[in-house]
Design a protein around this ligand. Structure first.
Ligand code: THU
Length: 159
């Protein structure tokens, strides 16, 4: 038997195509790139989480001279979400990036490790959520299901 996995996402041309809520979350993620500490890669990532009650929770990447200790923006945002001790669910996360070297004109998808972390929180909350991606400019991806980003995932049910 052959099974096929499909991932659905929307592609938009500009910020105008988003809802006001999505647009302001993405703009917040872009702002958060300015709070990144990324002196080594000079790749500044910002994330912003929107909870069901309208709270916005921020994250940005934090690097270290000991390279493997780098924290991705998504991981910082999720840790920050937990720190808020909220019982709210996550509605969306927006992620953006910029670099000193060139204009990033395509969406920057979360790395594999971040997908694992983003998924864990969806499992914990028992609620899927949306992922919004854009570089500094260019197309915007809206992925309605974070779970779709990591099919056949390892989770607590495997332990
Ligand atoms: N980075 C993130 O913040 N999120 C990702 O999903 C991919 C990579 C950061 C880690 C590192 O500080 C820089 O981007 C370059 O890899």
């Amino acid at each position: 038997m052959l099974l096929k996995i499909e991932t659905e996402y929307y592609i938009y041309d500009s910020l105008e195509d988003l809802s006001e809520i999505q647009r302001s979350l993405l703009l917040r993620a872009k702002q958060n790139t300015h709070h990144a500490y990324a002196p080594y890669s000079k790749f500044y990532v910002g994330a912003a989480i929107l909870t069901d009650d309208g709270k916005v929770i921020d994250g940005s990447n934090h690097e270290n001279a000991a390279y493997p200790m780098c924290l991705c923006a998504e991981q910082v945002a999720i840790a920050n979400f937990h720190q808020h001790r909220t019982d709210q669910k996550i509605k969306s996360i927006a992620i953006s990036a910029r670099t000193a070297d060139k204009l990033i004109d395509s969406p920057v998808p979360p790395c594999g490790a971040c997908r694992q972390i983003l998924l864990e929180v969806a499992e914990k909350l028992k609620a899927d959520y949306e992922v919004i991606l854009q570089g500094e400019t260019g197309k915007i991806f809206v992925i309605p299901s974070v779970k779709a980003l990591l099919p056949i995932q390892f989770d607590s049910s495997n332990l």
